[in-house]
Design a protein around this ligand. Sequence first.
Ligand code: CA
Length: 219
Amino acid sequence: MSPRLLIVEDEVPLADSLRAGLAREGYEVDVVYDGASAVTMLSQGSWDIVVLDRDLPVLHGDFVARFLRDQHSPVRLLMLTAAAEPSDEIAGLDLGADDYLTKPFDYDVLLARLRALARRIGEPPGGYELGALRVDPRARRVWLDDVEVHLRPREFAVLLELLRAGGAAVSPASLFDSVWGPEDPTDEAVVKTVIHSLRKKLGADSITTIHGVGYRMDP
Ligand code: CA
């Protein structure tokens, strides 16, 4: 699966050339040009890596970084900045950035940093634990109160997408794209059906509906 990348950069030519270049490298790339759009996107979908310019219009990059940290988002954060002061770097890392690159940066260096972050994407070593629910992504097994629950492959895949979002809401469209694939002719309503059967198996309260946004599992 290609790492999903969100680029948040207000210099449109730079953002667009990064989009084209990184898509060629095999990343699935989305771009937004201001901090408020980034927060909207990040609360509705999930990405593996966010490349975040610090100096952004509408909402500052530090606000976006703080938002991700407060959401306990599992997303890897690479911050870009024009500021070269060491104190700025420390501030970025304090805000939860995994890495930091000063503008103007070398494109090959960016690629190397992204590859390093992509290697760190993965499931938590001990799997996921949410209250009475335990999920082992590698073994594809699920337990509720230490009793194994048998999920069908689509149910398991949807559950994993919700867990990976780390408590953020995931839209039905994003779940559909991740689990069925954007080319699948199946109707998006299947997402609702799978959520329904997951609630039957894992408890009615296991998945919260956020009206008009999507579904969420509280961490
Ligand atoms: Ca900027």
